[in-house]
Design a protein around this ligand. Sequence first.
Ligand code: NAD
Length: 254
Amino acid sequence: GPRLQGKTAIITGAASGIGAATATLFAEHGASLVLADVVEEALAAVAAKAEEKGAKVVYKTTDVSDEEQVKALVDLALETYGQIDVLCNNAGITGDFTDMNSEDQENWKKVLAVNLIGPVLLTKYAAPHMKEKGCGSIVNTASVAGIRAGAGSNAYSASKAALINFTKTAACDLGSFNVRVNAVCPGLIETGMTKMVFDYARDTGKEAKLGSRCEMKRYGLPHEIAFAILFLASDESSYVTGQHLAVDGGNTAS
Ligand code: NAD
């Protein structure tokens, strides 16, 4: 049966990839949605698809690193539905992958602003309402890069490691209010973010390499992450908090 019936969920980065798959899946499971992204047209298309599934949907272009815009998004959720049950902090950027010596400060600031401060701001404005209601679930999309680093992705890896730690401190702060905070850590997933990697691999006949870093020897698809997010968002995970769940085909198993 539907697993989010009667619940309201905010999803950031909902215009593409994992966020779009999560929006569609949540709609199928009875949630009312507040979708946010910096890209308006694609966001509207995802909202329309969720509406076709019978969900109530509002959407708003929002840069998660901008405090005023985040506040306005949370206000929209409360004005529309009067409650926030689920917050999916999913928006993220890779920034430039460079070697350590050429990492410039603007790249660090931008990546940390979106990947770390974004979830911090959303939590700041949404959590008080969850505390007041006495229930809620926050699901942060981190990465295997936050568990195991790789050369050339200093800012991205650091932002995701910090997000995992923030997930745990937030879980400690909010646990006694029955507000749970968890993270999913995707491995390599085919989305807008990784399009260049996939295009390059396909163009050069190296598609098999896309799965080579994990035990299952294949890359993942957005819905495989969305199902993990659904579990953590729903009451099925009612005793799970402060955790980070790798959904990575075994990438971090060895
Ligand atoms: P994606 O690029 O398809 O989707 C990310 C969305 O976030 C985009 O629609 C983008 O416009 C939006 N976004 C970017 N900056 C934003 C901002 N400041 N405010 C609001 N929205 C913003 O990529 P995806 O792979 O679906 O990424 C979703 C999450 O998954 C990200 O946090 C990413 O770091 C994480 N992740 C992805 C992979 C992968 O292999 N694709 C692996 C591990 C983690």
